[in-house]
Design a protein. Structure first.
Length: 579
């Protein structure tokens, strides 16, 4: 019996080794790049935090994932076969923080003694081009087609106010908020800016504009005043951009391609970044893992899924999936620490607290570090509170420590179109969440003090405990106010300014791993195919629909007001600056 078992184990081991050898050999021959090769990074369409797996990629054309780009450039900069990087910037859709991370990746690539060059058709067409140009300017040189434009127009934060429309259709907004800056529902309750809302937006615009100007000036070796002068007379033509020192040459894409292939009078093979794979590493040896858990989109109870209202163009952050991911990371003995990557404007208080509890349980067993991307605001900040360290990019939108909620009373609109309604109830507050009534004074008091007030107090205590501050100190910088990462660092809401890689290095240190040594990154939650979602009654993946940027914030806030059943507390920030 034991002899048979031994033979079976031996055959299994030999079979496994043979499979590994076949995989190793196939990968070796599949990625036999010639010395002197150049990686070509193409940026066009939405920039995702996490790209789809290959099996899902056909559902998401013209999209790039920061995780894939990061892995490709980090490998290429260490690969002796790769000598340069060519970046083609078409029409990427990204936030300021994501543009800053891309710029840092390109800058780090240059620091390894390799050349970089960028091509643009235009920096904005009938819109703002600050962020595409910011990414391109990280290269050694930037070229543009002769008819291109440089729409370095600055920063715009446009707010929508629909109170007059609601009045005209006899819909009464019944909303409340804790925090004088918690303004997500001002579009329903106000006809213009409140003083606090304008103060907040002015501060954000100043911070983001200053970052864009200073980073552009530094990369192009210009003075900040010179860049501001260019912004104030933009849009400018490509020819003017060349004279101003923003561009190095004017050329068409085919000329750029030919120049890259013969750069510095050498012949270079070109490799698309999305197909580049670094030198193959043998799978045996130390298997120290860092779990990278992505929390992307509006926070909702249940499973993650495609949410075209609350998370235009992206998946929501479902509490079930996030809890499962943190439980898996906590129980996996090979996982040394967790890096929690957040890109979320918040959402449901209940879902946020469920996720926070899962993060807290994991943090008691293993180090957890948070890396904030474009957004980690309101509920997105709530779920970050148990982490040992918080990292944000300078342009991250964060804070918004406050809570709001309410409902619409549609009884007037119903009457206006000839619909009458009546109800029979038992219980003083049975109609509290009814859309055909407002709040009674007693219900309004309960909602303000208990539903919102208690939640806000709890939020303050969470932040105070994690940030080693007193509740009054947190309250003074909370009040629902949104900050950039640059401002949040000064207010001690985050620990460090830094990219995903900076947060990863800190995660390694807390896990007592050498930051210079590579580790295996285990990405969670596991991706599920659109077909599986459809068969299980869910809709997932990006179906290609994206609202105009100016309306994205309106649609998100409308979703918060309309898609929730009942007067629920929400930790949410819908701000969508145009850059």
């Amino acid at each position: 019996m034991f002899r048979g078992l031994f033979r079976w184990l031996l055959r299994s081991a030999i079979f496994a080794i043979a499979i590994l050898l076949i995989i190793a050999v196939s990968r070796f021959f599949a990625h036999r790049y010639r010395p002197g090769s150049v990686v070509v990074l193409t940026l066009d369409g939405p920039l995702l935090e996490r790209a789809s797996s290959p099996s899902l990629a056909f559902w998401q054309p013209h999209q790039a994932g920061l995780n894939v780009i990061r892995e490709a450039l980090r490998s290429a900069q260490e690969d002796p076969r790769i000598v340069g990087l060519a970046i083609k910037v078409y029409d990427p859709e990204m936030e300021l923080a994501q543009a800053q991370e891309l710029s840092e990746l390109i800058t780090d690539f240059r620091a390894h003694g390799k050349w970089t060059t960028a091509y643009m058709e235009t920096a904005g067409e009938d819109g703002l081009g600050n962020l595409p140009y910011l990414v391109a300017s990280a290269a050694d040189e930037v070229s543009m087609m002769p008819q291109g434009e440089l729409n370095l127009l600055g920063v715009s934060l446009r707010e929508m106010f629909a109170r007059s429309l609601l009045d005209s259709i006899k819909v009464q907004p019944v909303f409340d908020a804790i925090g004088k800056y918690k303004s997500a529902f001002n579009m329903f309750t106000q006809k213009d800016f409140t003083p606090a809302q304008r103060e907040e937006d002015e501060s954000l615009a100043d911070s983001m504009f200053g970052q864009i100007v200073n980073e552009t000036a530094r990369r192009r070796h210009l003075g900040p005043d010179a860049v501001r002068a260019i912004v104030d007379r933009a849009p400018i033509t490509a020819a003017e951009g060349l004279k101003a020192g923003l561009l190095n040459r004017l050329e068409y894409e085919d000329e750029f391609d030919d120049r890259v292939k013969g750069y510095r009078n050498e012949h270079h093979a070109v490799i698309p970044a999305d197909s580049y794979a670094g030198p193959y590493s043998w799978p045996f040896g130390a298997h120290n893992k860092i779990a990278v858990i992505y929390g992307v989109g509006a926070i909702e109870r249940g499973a993650s899924g495609y949410d075209p209202v609350l998370s235009p163009g992206s998946n929501s952050m479902g509490s079930d999936d996030m809890i499962s991911a943190f439980n898996q990371a906590r129980e996996d003995s090979s996982v040394r620490a967790v890096l929690f990557r957040i890109d979320s404007p918040g959402g449901s208080v209940i879902a946020s607290e469920l996720i926070r509890r899962a993060v807290e349980r994991c943090a008691k067993k293993k180090p957890v570090v948070v890396s904030m991307s474009g957004y980690a605001a309101s509920g997105g900040f709530w779920v970050a509170t148990p982490a040992a360290r918080l990292f944000a990019d300078p342009g991250t939108i964060t804070g918004s420590i406050g809570v709001l909620g309410g409902k619409f009373d549609i009884s007037g609109a119903a009457t206006a179109i000839g619909v009458n309604s009546g109800s029979v109830q038992r219980g003083q507050n049975a109609d509290m969440y009814d859309s055909f009534t407002g709040f009674t004074p007693a219900q309004a008091q309960i909602f303000h003090d208990q539903i919102l007030g208690d939640t806000y107090s709890y939020f303050l205590k969470l932040v105070a405990a994690q940030r080693h501050m007193t509740v009054p100190q947190v309250d003074a910088i909370a009040q629902g106010r949104v900050w950039t990462g640059e401002q949040a660092l000064q207010l001690k809401l985050v620990d460090h300014l830094g990219s995903f890689d900076a947060a990863l290095n800190e995660t390694k240190l807390l896990a007592k791993l050498d930051p210079q040594l590579p580790v295996e990154l285990m990405e969670l939650p596991e991706q599920v195919s659109p077909l599986t979602r459809l068969l299980t009654g869910q809709i997932s993946g990006d179906l290609g629909w994206r609202p105009p940027h100016a309306l994205a914030g309106l649609l998100q806030a409308m979703g918060e007001g309309l898609a929730r059943h009942g007067a629920l507390g929400e930790a949410y920030c819908p701000l969508r600056p145009a850059l």
